[in-house]
Design a protein around this ligand. Sequence first.
Ligand SMILES: [Zn+2]
Length: 260
Amino acid sequence: MPITPFHFGPGALIKVAVPGKFSWTIFALANVMIDLEPVILFLLIGDPAHPWLHTLPGAIAVAAIAATLGRKPCELSLRWWNRQLSAGWQTRWLLVVPEITKTTAWVSALIGTLSHVALDSVMHHDVHALWPLIDGNPVQGIISLDLLHLLCLGTALVALIAWLFSRAIAQRYLTSGWSLRVIVERRWRQWPAMLLATWWSVDGCYVLYWSLVDPEALEMMRDANWPASLSLYWACGLIWYWKGVLRELIQALRRGLLEW
Ligand SMILES: [Zn+2]
């Protein structure tokens, strides 16, 4: 698969599962680097072959280069990404940790190239993944190409849903300021949405999470959770609300001073 995004799905899933111990950027870099082999061979001899790098020693060598030489450029690109985000929802949702430890870089690069060769050996007959231990490719065509692509896409989709879910839980009190504003300013039309947001924040996401993780614990804790969670929700709401009011007050003062 020359430079294909299908390889990135499994990496995204690992990233969501262990975000602090895995670098998706290094993983992606290692995947792109190993596929320079078929790309360059295609340009040189017209055949996108996989003779050297798509083997066990080749994959380890590419991983070593990605982990050692690629770590700093990856950190720089993550810092650059963070700088492009504007304050507000972008920084709250999209800010990334730019530091990549050496261990994380090695683990991510090795997972990148080894999983790449494993997936490619299902696709291409000329990938001898375990050379020189085992010659040949016994797994090519073991599942259909469509199913393989579907599995890769599936992992990307599961990763996206899990990521959205974890972010929504981490930021569940963020709607509290808005909810309070809807009540105080009597925006009646927004009440259904406000009630839904409040319920989701103090009870809904909690129920969803615990019914997946431990339904018995949910039975025991739900009654105790929601009053505590609701109080916290309104406490956060007051803080957010006050910040909003303060900002508006400063803006109004500035406008007043300019006009005056
Ligand atoms: Zn490949």
